[in-house]
Design a protein around this ligand. Structure first.
Ligand SMILES: *Cc1c(COP(=O)(O)O)cnc(C)c1O
Length: 377
């Protein structure tokens, strides 16, 4: 739910047009909850979830490290006050010249998931530390990451052995269990795979040090999600089960779980209409849609809580769509969204849990609509 600070901001500043407001206090609370839940893990905030400078600066001040995917994100983290030793280049798909630039900037920790990428890193960032990403099945995640990233554990052994041979520091294994992962057990299989890679390489005298346990920590949308504490316990149990009392260094890379619940979008109802007189499903068009920041409604994957001033009134299912001229700009149709029958053109609605993956997913000027404005308070 939007905090009082956010509600006060909307009430007093009355920004026109759709916009996101992020409450930094909530981000700080989330950071401390992760610290408490996994006290032995370093936190690398996944910058892509919301790279607002105010967020990065505050997290840098709290001692966070940063997971980045491009030179621009590395520069944002540096500008926010993070030192290079607190930044990882976590994208497994990098141009060699971007690796070289990152290395110049002092970055020493790189993700790989193929021998081909290892060769780039060895040339452009000689001697750097690399970790190899292993595939996960993404089961249980509402926004799974498919097979695009990672390789099978047997290949990870080859990749890290090759890194070692080329003079890189074969540093560890990473995985991502899929975003908005609500299955506490999802980390267990991945940690078992990570341990297998550790053991195989240890037999050859290559001693890995670190497991990067990725992101995936959920934010609350319409359904309750387990607490950070519950994730911490489940993960710690799996770590102990697979690694015994020789626990590796660990990293987590929360994105959504760090900023999702800190942000609220204000939007306006532009049109409410029907396609035929006898239709009972209304079409509700907002001034924000898939191209204005709600890209994660793709396949109706993420269902945001929507709050109106008429929520006490009787509700009926609506198709919810955005304002652009693309017919793909429909958020919820397969599963219509219940909204008050009294909802009226011009009403304001609040879209909750919108702090992650919204501003950066907004198009530049599709149909002339400006990108999602954002305020950090
Ligand atoms: C996007 C991403 C994250 C953050 O994922 P969330 O599900 O938002 O926590 C973490 N690590 C990597 C490598 C990513 O690409």
């Amino acid at each position: 739910m939007a905090t009082q600070r956010v509600l006060d901001f909307f009430a007093t500043r009355r920004p026109s047009g759709p916009c996101l407001v992020v409450d930094l206090d909530v981000v700080a609370d989330n950071f401390h909850a992760f610290e408490k839940a996994l006290p032995d893990s370093k936190i690398y905030y996944a910058v892509k979830a919301n790279p607002a400078p105010e967020i990065l600066r505050m997290l840098a001040g709290l001692g966070s490290s940063f997971d980045t995917a491009s030179v621009a994100e590395i520069e944002m983290a540096l500008d926010a006050g993070a030192t290079p030793d607190r930044i990882s280049f976590g994208n497994t798909i990098k141009k060699e010249r971007d690796i070289a630039r990152a290395f110049e900037l002092g970055i020493d920790l790189y993700a790989v998931d193929s021998v081909e990428e290892v060769e780039k890193v060895a040339r452009a960032a000689p001697g750097a530390r690399v970790f190899c990403r292993v595939l996960t099945d993404g089961e249980g995640a509402e926004w799974p990451l498919s097979r695009k990233f990672g390789c099978v554990p047997a290949m990870a052994v080859d990749v890290l052995r090759h890194a070692n041979r080329l003079g890189l520091a074969a540093y560890g294994v990473s995985f991502h269990v899929g975003s908005q992962q609500t299955d506490l057990g999802a980390w267990d299989k991945a940690l078992s795979d990570a341990k297998a890679v550790f053991s195989r390489l240890a037999d050859e005298g290559i001693l890995l040090k670190m497991v990067n346990m990725g992101g995936g920590f959920p934010t609350r949308y319409l359904k309750d999600v387990p607490t950070a504490q519950a994730y911490g316990q489940a993960i710690f149990q799996s770590l102990s089960k697979h690694f015994g009392n020789r626990l590796p260094e660990t990293i987590i890379e929360p994105g959504r779980g760090m900023v999702g619940n800190a942000g609220t979008i204000k939007s306006e109802v532009v049109l409410i209409s029907k396609k035929a007189d006898n239709d009972n499903v209304r079409w509700v068009f907002l001034d924000i849609g898939k191209f204005g920041g709600l890209a994660e409604t793709m396949d109706e994957a993420i269902r945001y809580p929507i709050v109106t001033e008429r929520d006490g009134d009787e509700k009926a299912p609506c198709v919810l769509a955005g304002p652009t001229c693309d017919s793909a700009d429909v958020m919820y149709e397969k599963t219509p969204y219940p909204l008050p029958l009294t909802l009226t053109i011009g009403d304001e609605v609040l879209i909750e849990g919108a702090g992650a993956y919204t501003t950066t997913y907004a198009s530049v000027a599709f149909n002339g609509f400006e990108p999602l404005r954002s305020y950090v308070i």
